[in-house]
Structures are given as C-alpha cells and as structure tokens.
Design a protein around this ligand. Structure first.
Ligand SMILES: Cc1cc2nc3c(=O)[nH]c(=O)nc-3n(C[C@H](O)[C@H](O)[C@H](O)COP(=O)(O)OP(=O)(O)OC[C@H]3O[C@@H](n4cnc5c(N)ncnc54)[C@H](O)[C@@H]3O)c2cc1C
Length: 377
C-alpha cells in the first residue's frame, strides 16, 4: 500500500515540503490541507498596502498548482491532530496518515495588551493589507479639508514594522504623520548597530517619527497609553509586535515549549517520529531558529528528504540552516541586505529583494522549469 503524507498548512514550509516530496517520490500519496485556497508570499504583504504590488502577483492558487503534481488539496481547517490514531481532524473530515507535516505557522502576538486586538490592524494576510490600505485612504480623504495630517501609529519596530513604515510613508506622500513605536531602546532589536543606524537614517529622512522605549499598556479606539502614562492618538493603528505559534499546536498532543511551539529534533521530528513540524509553529530545541520564510523553506526541503528516507529506508538529514541573505526594504528604492557580517544598502538590495520574490513565485508556479534546479539546489 502507498504511504499517505498529509501536509497541514501550505505556507512557505508546507508548500516546499509538498513539491519537494513529490519530486523525490512519485508514488507516495500527498494531501495538502489549508484553510485558505491560495499561498501567500507574506514577505511582500506591506507592498499591497501601498499598491506597489497586487494580490495576484504575490499569491498562487493552491488547487491548480498542486493538481499539476498529483497532490490532493483540501481547502479546509485543521482542528486537531491525534498522534496515536495517526489521524487529523478538520472541520469536515477525519483523515488517517502515515506521516504528517505540521506547518500551520504563527498568529499575531498581542502580548496581553488590553484592547490591542480590537483596536488595531494586524498584518498577516492579504486581507489585512487590503483593510489597512482602505482605512488609510479613507482617513486621508476625510482629512482633506483640515490642516492637520492624519496620524498612523505602527506598534513594533521589528522587521514588519520598519518595512510597513517605509511603505506607508511613500503611500501617504506627506498626508500622514507616521509614528513607529518600539518597546525596546532601539528599532530592529537584535540587529547589528550598522543595520539599525542605516534603517533609522532612512526612515527619519523619509519623515517617520521613531519613538523607542514605548511600552504599550493599553489600546483603545484611536489611542494607546504607554506604561509611563503617555497617551498617543492616531487615526490608524497597525500592530507589528511579532508573532507566536499557532494555538493549534496545543491540539496536537505533542510536546511544546513555553511559547507553544512544537519541539522538534534535528530531523524536524516531534515526540512522535512520524509527525514532523516546521516553520513558525516549530521549535528546533537543540538549534533554535528565527521565525522567517527563509528558515521555513529550508526546513521544508529537509522534511521532504527525511519523509522520503523514512519511506524508502534511506538516511535522514539533520537540519542545518544555510546562510541565505536577508533583505529588508524601507519603501521604494531603499533596502538593506545582510549576509553574515556583510551589509549592503541602497537601491541594489531593493532590486535583489524584488528578484528574490519574482524568482520564488515563478519557480514554484513552474516547478518543473529547469531554472529551479539552478537557483534552488
Ligand atoms: C508582513 C510580513 C513580512 C515578512 N517578511 C519576511 C521576509 O522579508 N523574509 C522572511 O524570511 N520572512 C518574512 N516574514 C516571515 C515569514 O512570512 C514567516 O516566517 C513564514 O511565513 C513562516 O512560514 P510557515 O510555513 O511556518 O507559515 P506560513 O507561511 O504562515 O503558512 C502557514 C499556513 O498554514 C495555514 N493554516 C493556519 N492554520 C491552519 C489550520 N488550522 N488549518 C489549515 N491551514 C492552516 C495558513 O493559511 C497558511 O497558509 C514576514 C512575515 C510577515 C507577516
């Protein structure tokens, strides 16, 4: 009998696993389940807000793509995993598996801040970008006959926060005051001083107001209150304070860490060896990794290899992150590229980021196109 592999979540990690596993093993039955019908290239979501990109350019219809590779797609929501029964429950069915890959990503982390979820926009999906865009445009339109500019507060100056700030400042063309509020003493905490200084210089030059040490205590409609009592008012509030593992991890019966991420070994296996977990919902406990698309893709590649090795009694590989460059944009034409200790700034990294996006989407849509061998192996 052929083995059945289920992939729960078709984001960066899940899609990579599905396509790579089919490439390695023509016989195995692969079923991908995702609550959305399309894959989203999340690293470009902020460009949807400003209109520099469009939904159809950064998404891929899953059913159409997967059918070409004889991979079944269920547009359904996973609600529970039963490791001992080797079964997964979705909203509409129960499916048994031989192997399953849990790749259902993360959710916005509000860090328990009262009112944050209800009174701000998150940025995780295409729909979120559309909502932010619509709201900003409406507020700008309403403010047309007043002298005051509208205020947009971006809470959190990590990667998503700074990229969103750069995009919003370009989009609003002086019609909005953009405030970037960060709880730490610097934007982009954890990054090299050189990177932070460049980001600050570019953002300030574009007109973004940066407020560090801004510990948000409470959010209300149009207002945040900091721990020191300072009140800040805004027309639009975007929450970019980070993510946490999808709470579905608690419905898997698997070992999780204190953040709720599923603990995996060097082969990306969970406490049940036929269950793999990758990407933003997993925690490689011997070698923790950042929650990025770059890591999820690489983990997908190793998982495909390891499941095929399980099936064919081959040798499994342990996960070692390759050092791929990380590019951060600050609106049009300004970006920074980081690779190990080397940092490049300006227009070239911005062009490279665009190339990375186009290359990723093209090679996934045309998986058999020979260039994916050259670019991805
Ligand atoms: C705005 C933004 C910008 C970013 N920029 C970058 C960047 O420049 N570079 C970088 O490396 N990373 C970036 N990231 C991070 C990157 O997108 C994530 O780390 C990456 O998406 C994680 O991949 P994943 O496969 O774990 O999860 P995801 O890609 O989030 O995929 C999870 C999938 O699971 C599905 N799912 C969730 N729950 C269920 C369920 N119950 N049932 C069925 N399906 C479910 C979702 O619909 C989704 O398709 C960015 C993230 C955001 C939000």
């Amino acid at each position: 009998m052929t083995d059945r592999v289920i992939i729960a979540g078709a984001g960066f990690g899940g899609l990579e696993t599905a396509l790579r596993l089919r490439e390695k093993n023509k016989k195995v039955e692969i079923i991908v389940i995702d609550k959305k019908s399309f894959f989203t290239y999340k690293a470009s979501l902020h460009k949807l807000i400003s209109g520099r990109s469009k939904k159809k350019r950064i998404t891929i219809e899953l059913e159409e793509l997967l059918a070409k590779h004889r991979i079944k797609f269920y547009n359904d929501e996973v609600i529970q995993v039963k490791p001992l029964e080797k079964a997964v429950l979705t909203l509409s069915r129960k499916i048994n598996f031989d192997y399953i890959v849990l790749s259902f990503g993360g959710v916005t982390n509000y860090f328990g801040v009262e009112g944050a979820k209800e009174n701000s926009f998150e940025l995780k999906e295409v729909l979120d970008s559309m909502k932010i865009k619509k709201h900003v445009m409406e507020e700008v339109e309403k403010a047309k006959y007043y002298t005051d500019r509208i205020k947009i507060i971006i809470c959190g100056a990590g990667l998503t926060g700074v990229e969103t700030a750069g995009e919003l400042v370009d989009m609003t063309k002086g019609k909005a005051k953009i405030i970037l509020a960060e709880a730490n003493s610097t934007i982009m905490p954890g990054f090299d001083k050189k990177v932070i200084e460049y980001a600050e210089k570019v953002l300030k030059k574009k007109g973004v107001t940066i407020i560090n040490n801004a510990h948000i205590k409470r959010a209300e409609k149009g207002k945040i209150t900091l721990k020191d009592g300072t009140e800040m008012y805004s027309n639009v509030m975007v929450w970019c304070c980070g993510i946490k593992p999808n709470p579905l991890t608690h419905k898997t019966g698997l070992r999780t860490n204190d953040r709720g991420a599923i603990m995996v070994n060097e082969y990306l296996q969970t406490s049940h060896p036929h269950i793999y977990a990758i990407g933003d919902c997993a925690y490689l406990y011997k070698n923790p990794q950042p929650t990025t698309a770059l890591i999820a893709i690489q983990e997908g590649k190793v998982t495909a290899h390891n499941i095929n090795a399980d099936i064919t009694k081959g040798e499994k590989k342990s996960f070692n992150a390759e050092d791929w460059p990380y590019v951060i944009t600050f609106g049009k034409g300004k970006a920074i590229m980081i690779k190990k200790k080397s940092v490049k700034t300006g227009l070239i990294p911005a062009i490279i980021k665009r190339f990375i996006e186009k290359n990723y989407l093209f090679t996934r849509k045309h998986w058999r196109w020979p260039i994916n061998k050259m670019v991805l192996e």
